[in-house]
Design a protein around this ligand. Structure first.
Ligand code: AMP
Length: 395
């Protein structure tokens, strides 16, 4: 796996695909600059080598050129974050852009306008990719959040740099972290899979089944499993068309000796609302009119035991409706248990769903070993898919 550490960038222009698709408020202030900070080590290494950096990214989902999606809005914030005054050019291909790139001096950074102002970006257009390729000497992909897309700047452009292409430090770290969890892991390995629906996590569960010792299934998706096991789930969220899939997963787990842990009690509510009445019920005996919205106290203790005993932990998806304070306790306790296990030497990776938001919301982010920056991309990797942006560099 070639990374920027395998290249010396002295007098070289690095064409870097970053993921600066950051959330902006109405005044175009960045509300979460995690993705910019995540790209910083890659940019700095290139500058410190004595090279220059040309940054390309998308922002949002513009239809053609739309000022609200201009990357010009984030130039000051990027400059602040990396500590270098960033130059900006109001297109990403064409004569003006080529001129700006050619004039860029070692130690300087140039940010290109939103790639998605051109429909060719998402179409993976080869001519457009070739125009981008003219701007730099070495292509660096550091955009993990877009690595599952075969777009011009994330995948197609790599073919114009047969020898001079590599991963940035962020993308390399994402790949290594997942590898550390699923392949090169220390046992026991526990995966916590939560979230609303089992349908969105079936491929993940099937792919990790062989690689982990325990799978904790929490959140809304647990009720489909509890129902197929004969439990009474009241009005809890369920996917009746996935009951057989859930049964197949339980059978497969038995066959492979993977332990599946389901909630044993739940905090149920008489409405999907912060102001609902709540009551604790056994997870397999929830009366009609009540829906399970969080893990119950016995479940939290049980899940925490499993976590405490684990040397490697993957966390994907909350175990309750954590957005509502009343139903956040299970997710907080689980997060605390993972934080403690991590402090005791376990490796923990959080990614691929709302668990990243939960970890940030509850102030646990710096207590995890690694937090993935790419939701969809991490989910596809967990499903065992190869990502086009990664393949294009390895090829
Ligand atoms: P995901 O994006 O797959 O990680 O799913 C996250 C969503 O699942 C969050 O918005 C949670 O509120 C939701 N969720 C978790 N537990 C439940 C539950 N018991 N009932 C309904 N939704 C849930």
């Amino acid at each position: 796996m070639k990374t920027i550490n395998d290249f010396n960038f002295e007098n070289k222009k690095a064409l870097i695909r970053v993921d600066f698709n950051v959330p902006l408020d109405e005044e175009f202030n960045i509300t979460d600059n995690t993705r910019i900070l995540a790209a910083k080590p890659t940019i700095l290494k290139i500058l410190e080598d004595g090279g220059s950096a040309i940054l390309m990214s998308h922002l949002g989902r513009p239809k053609g050129v739309q000022d609200e999606f201009s990357l010009n809005h984030i130039v000051a914030a990027v400059s602040d974050a990396i500590g270098v005054q960033v130059k900006f050019v109001n297109n990403c291909i064409g004569d003006d852009v080529e001129k700006a790139a050619a004039e860029l001096q070692n130690g300087e950074v140039l940010l290109l306008e939103n790639l998605r102002f051109h429909a060719e970006e998402k179409a993976g257009d080869v001519d457009f990719a070739e125009k981008l390729s003219k701007l730099g000497d070495i292509y660096v992909n550091d955009a993990f959040g877009s690595a599952h897309r075969a777009h011009a700047s994330t995948t197609i452009v790599a073919q114009f740099f047969p020898e001079n292409k590599c991963f940035g430090l962020l993308l390399a770290q994402e790949i290594e972290s997942l590898n550390k969890v699923l392949n090169d892991n220390e046992k026991p390995v526990t995966a916590v899979i939560g979230g609303a629906k089992v349908s969105s996590k079936i491929d993940v569960i099937e792919n990790i089944m062989d690689k982990v010792d325990n799978i904790i299934i929490g959140g809304g998706m647990a009720y489909t499993f509890i129902k197929v096991k004969g439990g009474k789930i009241g009005d809890s969220i369920v996917e009746d068309d996935k009951l057989q899939v859930a049964q197949d997963i339980l059978n497969l787990a038995k066959q492979k000796n993977t332990r599946i842990h389901l909630p044993i009690d739940v905090i149920a509510a008489d409405a999907f609302s912060e102001s609902a009445n709540t009551q604790i019920f056994p997870a397999n005996d929830i009366p009609d009119g009540w829906q399970g919205l969080d893990a119950g106290p016995k479940t939290n203790v049980g899940f925490s035991f499993v976590i405490a005993d684990s040397k490697t932990i993957l966390w994907n998806g909350p175990v309750g409706v954590f957005e509502m304070e009343k139903f956040a306790k299970g997710t907080i306790e689980l997060g605390n248990a993972i934080a403690e296990a991590t402090a005791d030497g376990a490796f923990s990776l959080v990614g691929g769903g709302d668990s990243v938001a939960a970890v940030k919301q509850f102030g646990l982010a710096d207590k995890m070993s690694y937090i993935s920056t790419g939701g969809g991309a991490m989910l596809e990797m967990l499903e065992g898919k190869s990502l086009p942006g990664i393949e294009a560099i390895l090829k």
